[in-house]
Structures are given as C-alpha cells and as structure tokens.
Design a protein around this ligand. Structure first.
Ligand code: FAD
Length: 437
C-alpha cells in the first residue's frame, strides 16, 4: 500500500512523528517522501523584493540535499515536485493510489489555508490524512482558553492566549522550572519502506514540468532556480541541513557551564561564528532541521541537575526556546498578527511608509547599511552578507528604523528581515517587531 509523507518545515528524520508513524503503519509497503517547491514562497511580494533572499534559498537547497542523503541511507530518496501543492498533491495521491498522507502541523496562516484546501480536496478520496505537532514543543491549541465574554468571543476566534511570557510559562510548564512537562522527542524511523512506482508513471500523471529539468524529481540546482549565488568569499558561513544542525547543537552544548550560566542580555552581539555567543540554531529550527523537543531535552538534561544555580527563563537558553514557543502561540491565536491595523494587541501609530510597497530614502539607506551610524550599518551589512545577526543587533536596527530614529513602520522592517534572514520565520519575525513597537 503506497503512502506519502509531505516535508514542508520539519526537514529532518529525527523526532519526525508524522514520518515515523507512517513508516510503522501496518500494510504500508511504500513511502514517498516529497517536498513541494511552492510558488507562494518563490514569487516576489508586492514590494518587488523576493520573499526569499538568495542566501536563504541556498540554505534551503542544502537542507534538501542533506535530507536526500539521509533518506538514501534508508534506501529511500526525496522527491521534489515543482508547482502549486493544491493542484499537485491531490493528483499525486490519486496517481499513486496512496492510502495515507502525513505531514507536520503548521500553524502559519498560509499553511493553515493550504492544508485545509488539500484536506478538502482529498475528503472524498480514500486516503487517510494526518498531521502531527513537532515544529513546536506544544500544540498551540492545547494552550488556549475557551473565550467567555462577548468581547473574547469576538476577538479570540481560536481561543484566548496568555499574553505575557510569564503567563505563558505558568500555563505551559505549570511552574517555571518544570521542564519535565515538555513532550519528549522520538527517534528517527529505523526503516522507511521504499517507493516503487516508475518515474514515467508519475510524470504522466503530474506533467513533466513538475519533475524538474532532469525529469527525476531531484533537488533543484541553483541554475534551475536562476539564483545568482554569492562568490565563495561572500558565502554565508551557515550551511543548511539536519547533519550540520545536530553537529552545531552538540558542539554548543559540550560546554555545560556556558549553558548553565547563559544569560541572553549578557551575550556579545559582536562575537561571530564560529565563536558566537549564542547558538545560531535559529535557521535550523526555522526549517525544522533540528527538533525543538530534542534541543529542549538536551538543555533540560544539563539544567535540571544544576537548577539551584542555573540561569532561569526568560534569560536562560531554555528561556529562549520558550520565547519561540510563546511567540508561535501568539502567531496562531492573534488575528492579523503580522500587521498593525488588523492586530488587536498592536499599538496604533502614525508611522512613515505605512503601506506595503512604500519606500523612502531613509528606508533604503537603512536597508543597504548606509545610514552613517556605524553600529547600525555594520549590523545591516552582516545581515545582508551572512543572513544572521545577534538578537541585540536585530533589536538595535529595529529600534533605529522605528521608534528610535526614523519612525518608519515596523512592517517595512519585517519585510526586509523576511527577505534577508536565514531564520526568517513568520511568527517570530512578526512577534519580535511587535514587541519593540
Ligand atoms: C526585530 C527582530 C526580528 C526577529 N526575527 C526573527 C526571525 O524571523 N526568526 C527567528 O528565529 N528569530 C527572530 N528574532 C529573534 C532572535 O533574535 C533570534 O531567534 C536569535 O537571535 C537567533 O539566534 P540564536 O539561534 O543564536 O539564538 P539563541 O539565543 O541561541 O536561542 C536559541 C533559540 O531560541 C529561539 N529564540 C531566541 N530568541 C528568541 C526570540 N526573541 N524570539 C523567539 N525565539 C527566540 C530561537 O529559535 C533560537 O534559535 C528576531 C528578533 C528581533 C529583535
């Protein structure tokens, strides 16, 4: 019996409950691991700048290559399909006569829409569709309160979220220190049943453009995507993939004293990779090359025996992961989270450049790192060249653009970050810009 696992984020084999569950289902004899290159993420936004900058593209391709290599170790492979998932996926399921489709739950607005449409399309087809939480520590649904008052019912359609970090921690962990409440990661599948259908059959059902220029559903090259890659000297030092993610996590966590004493505000924004003061795991968490539950488990194993003396959330390293969790919950629960006007918890201000597509010489100078303020320009230059900057540098440039100096809308800043950051993440980017407003 054929089945499909759809990778979107969650580009990993470890702690991938959707994949592991599928591989263990009785009667499943062939698993197709697929990734769809969705034009939604490729096309330029209204600002005419691409949603994904070239460095993040490169990082994604590295993640896909690495995933393919790891799948091959299990006698499997990754099938990369080019096109709109709403059109391709139902066709694929039908062509393979697949009886199961699994994927990781994704709570961003576009993903919720996309997955809802795919499920609708497959409703009358005898394919069991199942999604699993593993991009966050908790399923956001589980942390929302039912709305009671008319106001709450009107505003919080998905449920009422805790709106402060402290309230979130006490809801999620019941007590600040109780890391034992967090679900544990699961191991990678031991066996991935191979898929047998010939590529010709798939091409006939889906169309040759879906299979890529070589007709083999392989990971695209930079040439296929028309990417103008930076020269070797200009490359970002951060390489994508689960293999690098696990190595980097292990390497950072070797220094237990650093983990136990980690206080985010005291880390240096001017320390760069490979001696950066924070983990630089954000791009790997963003694409799901690293499981947050595995990272949490490793952190908790170091912190728990030293609980009396260790640093605590929100400053500790586990506290950083909990910020991520809190902001994902807000992104899911708060309507219009990425905008000022539609967002009920956002301060309303008369910013300059309020509309998508608005520009100004000050905005351009900020974006290009030529404000004349050395610290701001250095941070924006690092962002452009490496795709990652320290939290305090993000804070500084964000304050400079908004309430600190230029009074330009935070939404314009978030768009620039969305393009340039390797770790650009809808929930976290919106949340952190909102936090500053
Ligand atoms: C204006 C602005 C925009 C930002 N946009 C993003 C974004 O698009 N994507 C993103 O991942 N982070 C974003 N951040 C948050 C933060 O700066 C980065 O997560 C962090 O600097 C990543 O570096 P690190 O992995 O070394 O973090 P570490 O300090 O090592 O923390 C470990 C992990 O905890 C999470 N984390 C840490 N700080 C935060 C935070 N403030 N909010 C949410 N999660 C956090 C990240 O997943 C991070 O990898 C933004 C911050 C600001 C001020």
């Amino acid at each position: 019996m054929s089945s499909v696992h759809w990778f979107r984020k969650g580009l990993r084999l470890h702690d991938n409950p959707a994949l592991t569950d599928l591989c263990q289902r009785p009667g499943v004899t062939g698993v197709y691991p697929i990734f769809i290159l969705d034009p939604f993420f490729v096309e330029a936004s209204q600002t005419n700048s691409p949603r994904i900058g070239v460095r993040r593209w490169k990082f994604l391709l590295e993640c896909l290559e690495d995933l393919n290599v790891r799948l091959k170790e299990h006698d499997s492979r990754l099938f990369v399909l080019r096109g709109n998932p709403l059109k391709i996926l139902p066709k694929l399921v039908k062509a393979l006569d697949a009886k199961h489709l699994t994927f990781e739950k994704d709570t961003e607005p576009y993903a919720l829409y996309r997955d809802g449409e795919v499920m609708k399309e497959l409703k009358d087809y005898s394919c069991d569709v199942a999604s699993f939480t593993s991009h966050t520590l908790f399923d956001p649904e589980s942390l929302l309160k039912p709305p009671k008052t008319d106001y709450e019912k009107n505003v919080w359609k998905r449920g009422v979220p805790p709106l402060t970090y402290r309230a979130f921690i006490s809801k999620a962990l019941k007590a600040e220190s109780n890391g034992d409440c967090v679900p544990l990661p699961i191991p990678a599948p031991t066996k991935i049943p191979s898929a047998y259908t010939s590529l010709d059959n798939l091409i006939e059902a889906l169309g040759s453009e879906v299979a890529g220029p070589n007709g083999d559903f392989s990971v695209p090259s930079s040439e296929e995507l028309n990417l103008e890659l930076p020269s070797k000297e200009e490359e970002s030092p951060h390489k994508g993939g689960e293999t690098v993610a696990l190595e980097r996590m292990d390497s950072f966590l070797k220094d237990k004293a650093r983990v136990i004493n980690f206080k985010k505000p005291e880390t240096a924004p001017t320390a760069f990779y490979p001696t950066a003061s924070t983990t630089i795991l954000s791009p790997y968490l963003k694409f799901g090359c690293l499981s947050p539950r595995l990272f949490h488990q490793e952190l908790w194993a170091i912190e728990k025996p030293a609980l009396k003396t260790s640093s605590k959330p929100p400053e500790s390293l586990r506290g950083q992961l909990l910020w991520r969790e809190f902001f994902y919950l807000c992104g899911y629960a708060v309507p219009g989270f990425d905008s000022m006007k539609q967002n009920p918890i956002c301060l309303q201000m008369e910013w300059k450049c309020p509309q998508k597509g608005d520009s100004s010489p000050h905005l351009e100078a900020w974006r290009e790192g030529r404000t004349g303020f050395p610290w701001i320009d250095a941070a924006m230059t690092q962002l452009r060249k490496e795709g990652w900057i320290h939290h305090l540098a993000r804070h500084a440039v964000a304050c400079f653009l908004t309430r600190g100096n230029l009074y330009i809308s935070w939404e314009r800043g978030a768009e620039v970050f969305e393009e340039l950051l390797l770790d650009a993440d809808w929930s976290l980017n919106s949340a952190n810009w909102l936090w500053l407003r």
